[in-house]
Ligand binder design. Structure first.
Ligand code: BES
Ligand code: ZN
Ligand code: ZN
Length: 502
């Protein structure tokens, strides 16, 4: 998708379709108002808006052909809901809806007028609209032989000539980086287990890091043995595909002072989760190709971080493996020794994510991380608790959590905090080893999984994101195709940037 930013009068931009946002009236029955000062646009839309057939509710669209007085061939009016509520999330959705209205109509080049008269600062508005256009452009039909190229060829973002140039240019270029990184993550998550093995995920991470100029090392089973990663290996030992330990490093150009934080990003990269010997029911098992979404989010986040260049060092570790049943697979009751030395009683081989992450978190600390964040499609229990709207967030440190939570307004992603206080510690105590890999009962499964990870974060400030319910969207939305969502990329990047002073 080619993009451009123009400071121009919207009526003079020649395009197949010009999209403009409209806000719903606060009063019932009143016409929606265009979010632009541009008199030509207002007059072209006037009759349609007064017709009463368009309210301007969220992602509502109305397409006008040959709009009077405009260089555009079509004018698309996109509702954003009530304008008092226009936040980054809303702006992103409206831009996505504009792109997704164009695609099935075989319209490949469009322009989007950045909304005016909104409370959101100009940089965040521009950024959200650009991100939304990228998100809307993604379709998961990679392997359809009748796949016509439905991708958007070009999107021009149009800002008013008197707009705040510096802020809009900054928001625009950040939006390009974040939107592309999120779609990169989505394309990885979309890949099936036979095409994206741990080795292939490692190669894709390496390619991505090389293209943005950061270091990436990919290790195999030998390294797991050398580091005594007994928890990670216990998951990989049953698979014919070797595991991959992916280590990506971003160093800021100015070396930060000695006491500066080093951020550790750890992702669950299970390229297919059958459950292992505690095998999952076959219904819906195909979905378990997305069990690497946390790892893919880290690879995408590092891609964005390398380009946004925050003044903080970031190390990212993705623990990639399959979880398979076989003659060499681990069994319930087995005892494993994690790299940190903790002993684990395996109660259920399907609770494999926490095992690979245990050694990943430990290794991030070994490499010098002072603050940790992990992302994982970790538990079905988190989906039961929060549904498919909010992802779960857990933390052992208030300040670190505040850094994350404050970033959500900018990222526009939805996370809801769940507890992981020591009151729950009893739940994962084992009678034969230090801890068990599941809770004693079935209640609070998302929390017991977090408690397990907390044992490996130890005293290091840590955030855990359980994205099981939101990494895959079951139904298409007006602004986004169904399939991989790319959740967490933007929030992780915001968290990282919150530790940088540039
Ligand atoms: N990958 C699954 C969690 C999951 C469930 C992801 C639904 C996406 C959608 C994870 O490895 C798993 O199987 N967890 C078990 C843990 C249990 C055995 C303690 C679960 O949630 O059932
Ligand atoms: Zn599992
Ligand atoms: Zn899993």
């Amino acid at each position: 998708m080619n993009t451009d930013l123009k400071f121009a009068t919207a009526q003079s931009v020649p395009t197949e379709m010009l999209a403009v946002f409209a806000a719903q009236s606060e009063k019932e029955g009143e016409a929606a108002t265009l979010l632009t000062d541009n008199a030509a646009l207002r007059s072209a839309a006037e009759t349609a808006l007064n017709s009463g057939e368009f309210e301007g509710s969220e992602c509502d669209t109305l397409l006008l052909h040959a709009p009077r007085g405009l260089a555009a061939k079509r004018l698309l009016i996109v509702g954003v809901g009530k304008v008092g509520k226009l936040d980054a999330h809303q702006a992103r959705k409206a831009a996505g809806a504009a792109v997704r209205a164009a695609k099935p109509r075989h319209i490949h080049s469009i322009a989007i007028a950045l909304p005016q008269h909104v409370q959101l600062p100009s940089d965040l508005t521009a950024r959200a609209v650009v991100e939304g256009a990228f998100v809307g452009d993604f379709d998961p039909d990679t392997y359809r032989s009748d796949r016509k190229d439905k991708s958007m060829k070009s999107v021009v973002f149009v800002a008013a000539e008197n707009a705040e140039r510096g802020a809009i240019e900054r928001g625009y270029s950040e939006g390009l980086i974040l939107g592309e990184a999120q779609n990169f993550t989505r394309s990885l998550v979309n890949e099936p287990g036979n095409r994206l093995t741990p080795t292939v995920l490692g190669a894709r991470a390496k390619e991505s890091c090389e293209s943005v100029g950061i270091k990436c090392e990919v290790y195999g089973a030998a390294k797991l043995h050398e580091l005594k990663m007994g928890a990670f290996w216990s998951v990989s030992q049953g698979s014919a595909e070797p595991p991959a330990l992916i280590v990506m490093t971003y160093e800021p150009s100015q070396p930060p002072p000695g006491h500066a934080p080093v951020l550790g990003l750890v992702g669950k990269g299970i390229t297919f989760d059958t459950g292992g010997i505690s095998i999952k029911p076959s219904e819906g098992m195909e979905k378990m190709k997305y069990d690497m979404a946390g790892g893919a989010a880290m690879i995408g986040a590092m891609r964005a971080i390398a380009q946004l260049k925050p003044a903080v060092k970031v190390i990212s570790i993705v623990c990639a493996s399959e979880n398979m049943p076989s003659g060499t697979a681990q069994k319930p009751g087995d005892i494993q020794v994690a790299a940190s030395g903790k002993t684990i009683e395996i109660m259920n081989t399907d609770a494999e994510g926490r095992l690979v992450l245990a050694d990943g978190l430990w290794y991030a600390k070994q490499l010098g991380a002072t603050h940790l964040i992990d992302a994982a499609t970790l538990t079905g229990a988190c989906v039961v608790a929060l549904g498919m709207v909010n992802a779960g967030v857990f933390s052992n440190d208030e300040d670190t959590f505040a850094h994350f939570n404050n970033g959500l307004e900018r990222s526009g992603e939805k996370f809801w905090r769940l507890p992981c206080t020591d009151d729950y510690k009893e739940d994962i105590k084992s009678s034969i080893a230090d801890i068990m890999n599941t809770g004693k009962g079935r209640w609070g499964g998302a929390i017991t999984a977090a408690m397990f990870l907390k044992e490996f974060a130890e005293d290091t400030p840590w955030i855990h994101l359980d994205i099981a319910g939101v990494a895959w969207t079951e139904e298409a939305k007006p602004w986004m195709a169904k399939g991989p969502s790319g959740i967490a990329v933007r929030s992780i990047v915001e968290w990282v940037r919150s530790y940088s002073n540039n």
